[in-house]
Design a protein around this ligand. Structure first.
Ligand SMILES: *Cc1c(COP(=O)(O)O)cnc(C)c1O
Length: 398
């Protein structure tokens, strides 16, 4: 077969390392909450590129900011000052518990950076204080440090030995956390809403209890808000549901508006342990991603925008509860804002495929949980058509 006659899917299968099993179509463009494939078929996007496209597709302000900055300056590295990075850091600090920000290029990189910063902070106090506590069903990323904190056997097994010093406790179980914490712990990392692990909400009292345990053992509390942060829960930060703040917060998915970007927000206490040369990144926070992130952050932190996310979340909640009552295969629904998990009595795979036929894009969070992460800009009519399509998909599978 000559290269000229190969389809996109054939080329992907021939030339790209097979780390993903992809959906059976080729996406070509998007507008608002809709994606279009190369045959012109339209899909309602209920995944947002895994919680990334918070403003939907082709948002004019976002595209304008990226286009303008791209023409002016794309990249210079972090050896030089650039205004978009400095302004974005100030915006993140003004809107969070944090005092300073470290920029990187992805979620897993933000977790790697958080691990290094916690280790450095603890090293100055007691060099043996190296252990990190994470939780069952957590997902923190795929690189070696983050993977060590992601206790899934089939993710970890072929790659051992992993970073030593990771311990695990049961999510939403303070007794289990208290057993895992100790004075040799430098940090405890938790997702306020576990995403990949099935859309599991941390109870406010659990997060507050972790804060106390960390203080008791002089350990840092890290919130991984890579998926649940930046407006997805209907609050700017998922941890606002608990009346406490972490020492470190990792961010990524929606931050760059679809361009690769991660960030680690931290207190001055943590930042003061870090010196030039301790960590870095060639690409991080280039002027283009920072111009994009300024638009995203300004928009998603607007009170009216967050109110919209909560209102659409309530529509989803009511609609999904009604579907759960009507369809045998649906066990329950859980979530808030615009992150929803739908535990099923069957494997989610065939339902996702049926969704494609019906013109909706959904994803999974584990074998039997269907997950919805629509653009935060989704409107009432679009929520209603999503619920109608899900009704058909459940009816077909049931
Ligand atoms: C996706 C995710 C990561 C990893 O992000 P990547 O950008 O894929 O490396 C880390 N933590 C959480 C909570 C995530 O959802």
């Amino acid at each position: 077969m000559s290269a000229q006659t190969m389809t996109t899917q054939e080329m992907e299968q021939a030339y790209v390392v097979q780390t993903y099993s992809r959906a059976p179509f080729v996406l070509s463009h998007g507008e608002g909450v809709y994606l279009y494939d190369s045959d012109g078929k339209r899909y309602l996007d209920l995944v947002s590129g895994i919680a990334v496209n918070a403003l939907g597709h082709g948002d004019p302000e976002l595209v304008g900011a990226i286009t303008t900055q791209t023409a002016r300056l794309i990249h210079v590295s972090n050896l030089y000052h650039t205004e978009p990075q400095a302004k974005l850091a100030r915006m993140l600090v003004e809107r969070s518990f944090g005092d300073r920000v470290f920029f990187c290029n992805s979620g897993t990189e933000s977790v790697e950076a958080a691990i290094k910063f916690a280790r450095k902070w603890a090293h100055q106090r007691d060099a043996s204080k190296t252990r990190i506590v994470a939780f069952e069903n957590a997902f923190h990323g795929r690189t070696m440090g983050a993977l060590a904190l992601t206790p899934r056997e089939h993710y970890q097994a072929p790659f051992r030995p992993l970073m030593p010093g990771a311990s695990f406790a049961t999510f939403n179980d303070l007794d289990s956390a208290a057993q895992a914490l100790g004075d040799d712990v430098c940090a405890c990392i938790v997702e306020p809403v576990q995403g990949e692990g099935g859309v599991n909400l941390a109870e406010p009292g659990f997060l507050a209890g972790l804060r106390q345990l960390c203080d008791q053992h002089q350990a840092l509390l890290i919130f991984d808000e890579v998926q649940c942060g930046l407006g997805r829960t209907g609050n700017l930060w998922a941890h606002e549901l608990a009346a406490i703040t972490p020492d470190i917060m990792t961010l990524a998915k929606p931050l760059g508006g679809g361009l690769p970007m991660g960030a680690v927000v931290m207190t001055e206490d943590v930042a003061s342990a870090i010196s030039p040369g301790d960590h870095g990144s060639t690409f991080a926070a280039n002027p283009v991603v920072c111009a994009a992130a300024q638009v995203v952050l300004r928009r998603v932190s607007d009170a009216g925008f967050l109110g919209h996310v909560r209102a659409m979340g309530e529509l989803f909640h009511a609609g999904l509860e009604a579907l759960a009552a009507r369809h045998e295969i649906v066990e329950s629904v859980r979530g808030l804002g615009l992150i929803w998990g739908i535990p099923l009595k069957v494997d989610a795979g065939p339902l996702i495929e049926a969704g494609y036929q019906r013109g909706i894009i959904t994803c999974r969070a584990g074998a039997r949980v269907l997950r919805l992460l629509p653009p935060l800009t989704i409107d009432q009519a679009e929520v209603e058509s999503a619920l109608e399509a899900l009704d058909d998909v459940f009816a077909q599978a049931g």
